[in-house]
Design a protein around this ligand. Structure first.
Ligand SMILES: *[C@@H]1O[C@H](CO)[C@@H](O)[C@H](O)[C@H]1NC(C)=O
Ligand SMILES: *[C@@H]1O[C@H](CO)[C@@H](O)[C@H](O)[C@H]1NC(C)=O
Ligand SMILES: *[C@@H]1O[C@H](CO)[C@@H](O)[C@H](O)[C@H]1NC(C)=O
Length: 314
């Protein structure tokens, strides 16, 4: 009995250490990156078996990311515009090996359904994790090819690529946007609320521009020290500039997209796709570990979940 309690406490403590390490990027003393990656033996299909606390990654029923099917989303007229109250704060740019992000000091809150969620950090995934109607923008392929992919559904694509053998098409990445930004907020009860912004290639993004010079410092730091986790102070960050007033967003209940894949996240995926330059994508990608390039988790089954739509103009 006592040992049962002890192991429960240990598991809880480990869970807290890991969630902290994952979310804040502050790996505890002596511990480098959590043992997961995006390819090879510790890739996404193995996450659930790497550690008992990662079990939700394989056993969970409300996992993220997802493919948002615009024909199936439900307009919810009682959803509210996103309200945030962010302050300028000191910030640190962090390379966690599996992604690059910015940790904030006292940055203020996002208010969802009357509840305050404190802005903790933001980070990027390249290419995007969420898909909208499986539409692709992360490509520099011929128009006819991308059109056929947009036109045909995901299933038909698979059949098409099998029947007609297009080995050069990397379908998994084709149906994703170039990048995705996650603004991660946490409530005092431990629940998360994430605002996700999708990017296609084009003009530079002003948010990335703010840390772009520091990104090369970070990369040098990683190379010089041969370390997985590295950080560079950014100074004061005008988090008010991260405020979003979307006319349209998709909301659904899901999980963290990295281990431990905890199912305590309210997702807000903004419908408006922004643009990011190729140089910026490369700068965000450069510090990542080789097994963590293309740090997008495969899309997960909806399992009966409903994706709600907020549309100010509807
Ligand atoms: C619409 O949003 C409200 C407020 O969050 C929620 O209580 C309600 O269940 C949602 N309705 C639907 C149909 O999803
Ligand atoms: C903010 O600054 C304080 C004091 O210099 C420092 O201890 C803290 O780690 C910084 N926080 C972030 C997120 O950069
Ligand atoms: C929630 O945040 C708002 C805006 O910063 C603040 O005015 C309010 O006091 C906060 N509420 C709670 C319960 O902390």
């Amino acid at each position: 009995m006592a040992s049962g309690v002890a192991s429960f406490l240990l598991a809880t403590a480990l869970f807290l250490v890991h969630s902290h390490a994952n979310l804040a990027g502050l790996a505890p003393e002596g511990q480098t990156a959590p043992g997961f990656s995006y390819s090879g033996n510790n890739g996404p299909d193995k996450w659930g078996s790497l550690s008992p606390i990662y079990a939700p990654c394989s056993k969970g029923k409300w996992q993220s990311p997802i493919d948002i099917d615009k024909d199936k989303v439900v307009l919810n007229k009682t959803l509210k515009p996103l309200v945030s109250n962010y302050y300028p704060t000191n910030a640190t740019l962090v390379d966690r090996g599996y992604n690059v992000g910015v940790l904030f000091g006292n940055a203020g809150v996002l208010i969802v359904d009357g509840k305050n969620y404190t802005l903790l950090q933001m980070h990027w995934h390249i290419p995007s994790e969420h898909k909208i109607n499986g539409v692709s923008y992360a490509l520099s392929l011929s128009l006819s090819l991308s059109l056929s992919l947009v036109f045909l559904g995901e299933t038909q694509n698979r059949i098409l690529s099998k029947d007609y053998q297009y080995p050069e098409i990397r379908r998994r990445d084709m149906a994703r946007y170039a990048a995705e930004l996650h603004l991660v907020h946490k409530a005092s009860d431990g629940g998360f609320s994430v605002v996700a912004v999708l990017y296609k290639l084009g003009h530079p993004d002003p948010i990335v521009a703010k840390v772009q010079r520091k990104l090369s410092e970070l990369e040098e730091e990683v190379r010089a020290r041969h370390e997985v986790v590295a950080q560079v102070a950014v100074g004061t960050f005008e988090t008010q500039k991260l405020k979003r007033h979307p006319h349209k967003y998709y909301r659904y209940g899901g999980s963290l997209t990295t281990p431990p894949c905890s199912e305590s996240v309210i997702w807000h995926v903004l419908a408006k796709v922004r643009s990011i330059s190729r140089e910026q994508v490369e700068a965000l990608d450069a510090p990542l570990e080789s097994t963590c390039k293309r740090n997008c988790r495969p899309v997960q089954p909806l399992n009966g979940r409903r994706v709600e739509l907020f549309d100010e103009l509807a």
